[in-house]
Ligand binder design. Structure first.
Ligand code: BJW
Length: 236
């Protein structure tokens, strides 16, 4: 199967697996983030309401830890694709880290938000943010001390869904990289892409919950598979 034939529009979805080799834990692997914390405690609005200090501290630590990791060849290869691909490219990530940007990608859609962004629960402004939130700093816009991590928790609506679905409806190729296919709506993108007639390619270390929906799954570490695939697309 030639998944690279006649490419004008590509949509790429990335998940925690693309950052794994940079040293950021995936969510569902043994030893992953949720090992120390139950999902309901740190990734739901209810958990935040119950124990805001726990949640603010959890995200403060993850934001600070970004200083200790660097992008890997998979992030860099997607940046190369953005620079050199002559068609339309939409890079959608579920990741809240900034490794795509630091790897050189200029246009990244963070559907689950970003660690380096704050959301004011009072005026709803989103602000670039690198400092801790545990000490309840005021919102730079309304001055109310009600900042929370600008990340999408279970039960909340991910960002930019209209734009993502529009791009999926008109793409020729949908590529999923390093995501388990366990969390919706992202897990359903492959079915939308197939319905729209796109070729669907999965790059993952292991088979995922969604593998059967793809035309092709290539198994291996993202740092090897992604640069190889990008070279194919640009050379083909
Ligand atoms: C490698 C690798 C290497 C490792 N190389 N690969 C029943 C049916 C359908 C939906 C629901 C349902 N019940 C509830 C829902 C909704 C719910 C949901 O999906 N729940 C599931 C548990 C079933 N979803 C929501 O609530 C979402 N909102 C919503 O649905 O709104 C309504 C709506 C309706 C209609 C349209 C649109 C919206 C919100 C979901 C928010 C998820 N938030 C989190 C936390 C973000 C903040 C934070 O980081 O703290 O997002 S949860 C967590 O999971 C995080 C991730 O982005 C997300 C996905 O995880 P990911 O990236 O796939 O990581 P892993 O660890 O699962 O997988 C890693 C993969 O990498 C594996 O496959 C490895 O093999 C691979 N890998 N090393 C290549 N080196």
């Amino acid at each position: 199967m030639d998944v690279n034939a006649k490419l004008d529009r590509i949509v790429i979805l990335t998940g925690a697996g693309i950052s794994a080799e940079s040293g950021i834990d995936t969510f569902r692997a043994a030893g992953g983030l949720w090992e120390q914390h139950r999902v309901e405690d740190v990734a739901t609005p209810e958990g935040f309401a119950r124990d805001p200090d726990l949640v603010l501290n959890f995200y403060d630590m993850r934001r600070a830890a970004l200083a200790n990791v660097v992008p890997n060849p998979a992030h860099e290869a997607l940046a190369r694709l953005e620079r050199e691909f002559s068609g339309d490219l939409l890079l959608v990530t579920q990741n809240v880290d900034d490794l795509h940007e630091r790897g050189g990608s200029a246009r990244v859609l963070h559907m689950h938000g970003e660690l380096k962004s704050a959301l004011c629960a009072s005026c709803e402004t989103r602000t670039r943010w690198e400092a801790p939130m545990l000490d309840r700093p005021p919102c730079p816009v309304c001055r109310v001390p009600s900042l929370r991590p600008d990340v999408v928790w279970f039960g909340e609506m991910p960002y930019e869904m209209d734009r993502i679905y529009r791009a999926i409806e008109s793409c020729d190729l949908f590529v999923s990289i390093g995501t388990s296919g366990a969390v919706y709506p992202a897990a359903g993108f492959v079915q939308e892409a197939r319905r729209a007639g796109a070729r669907c390619l999965e790059l993952n270390l292991d088979y995922s919950e969604g593998s059967r929906c793809f035309h092709e799954t290539r198994l291996g570490p993202a740092s090897e598979l992604v640069p190889r695939w990008v070279a194919d697309v640009l050379g083909g």
